[in-house]
Write a protein that binds this ligand. Structure first.
Ligand code: ZN
Length: 310
């Protein structure tokens, strides 16, 4: 039983319209699902990914309207790293980000920057043969686009506490530089610790959790294995687009194991993913009420793209 790298990463935004502008505009990802937080349906849960809404490329945000900025600390993921194809791609992104007012730090094979709310991001020249997971955007050539996640960096006071669970229970492999890799049949993803600067403050621009991808058939067995390892996972929760188990790894980072299906095309035509508000059946009765509560958002493919026909 192997985890297929990262399924999705979920962070917090206090500014949903600005978040759509940055991730679907500047970064060129596709808004593949506009739905509500299933634990608080009065606020959005926004999903950005590649064209198909694939696990491995899915960055999601809970909207906490007006939330103050958080700061990452022990037990929190502090940087999300995507793959790109080449140094040429890094140059493209360095210039594109600067044009949108985002400064970045370039080093060989790597570009680091923060999103407008302070969330740590990075691009790295891909060293693996995993299928690139790319979104279409009229301003971003496919060979320069983001290709899905390479991994995440987390803060810990004592990473050794996590080693047993990561390696023995979850099957992560230690690799050079103190990193771990979760690699399955199709994809892999890295998990790396940095020394924690202190305790964190959850808030806008911080990561809520990271989800690892499980084939559909393995999911119940993962839940049992975590129970047996004393990791105290939740029961399996049906999130409609996938099924989820949550638990904290010993360094304090909230982990999820999510199924690779059924996926985002389960309630929307693939050509129109994310354009209208999607509500899982259990929340459909709230639609009329939510229309007046949820923050109005731009439709990225209609409103955010500069007119390239001119
Ligand atoms: Zn999640």
């Amino acid at each position: 039983m192997k985890l297929e790298g990262i399924h999705h990463i979920t962070a917090i935004t206090g500014d949903a319209p600005g978040n759509v502008g940055f991730y679907a505009g500047t970064m060129g990802l596709r808004l593949v699902k506009k739905t509500v937080n299933q634990d608080d349906p009065t606020v959005y849960h926004l999903f950005y990914a590649d064209e198909a809404g694939s696990p491995g490329a899915d960055l999601t945000f809970f909207e906490y309207p007006g939330a103050g900025p958080g700061s990452p600390g022990a037990g929190m993921v502090h940087r999300v790293v995507w793959r790109v194809a080449s140094e040429e791609a890094l140059t493209f992104w360095e210039e594109r980000l600067l044009a949108d007012g985002i400064a970045s730090q370039r080093s060989p094979g790597r570009l680091e920057f923060n999103d407008p709310e302070g969330l740590g991001l990075a691009l790295t020249v891909s060293a693996v043969a995993d299928q690139p997971l790319i979104a279409e955007h009229p301003e971003i050539p496919g060979d320069l686009a983001l290709q899905g996640f390479d991994g995440v960096r987390a803060y810990s006071f004592d990473p050794d506490r996590s080693r047993g669970l990561l390696q023995e229970t979850l099957g992560f492999t230690p690799v050079a530089g103190g990193s771990f890799e979760a690699r399955g049949e199709q994809r892999g993803g890295f998990y790396v610790y940095d020394d924690a600067p202190g305790r964190g403050i959850p808030g806008a621009g911080t990561v809520h959790h990271v989800a690892w991808a499980s084939p559909m058939d393995d999911h119940e067995a993962w839940q049992r294995r975590l129970v047996e390892a004393g990791a105290r996972p939740t029961p399996i929760i049906d999130r409609f687009y996938f099924r989820s188990i949550y638990f904290r790894e010993p360094s304090g980072v909230l982990f999820e194991i999510a199924t690779i299906g059924p996926g985002f095309a389960t309630d929307e035509d693939r050509a129109h993913l994310g354009e209208s508000l999607s509500l899982p059946p259990a929340f459909e009765h709230l639609r009329a009420q939510l229309d007046g509560i949820l923050t109005p958002l731009p439709n990225p493919r209609r409103d955010l793209v500069k007119d390239v026909s001119r």
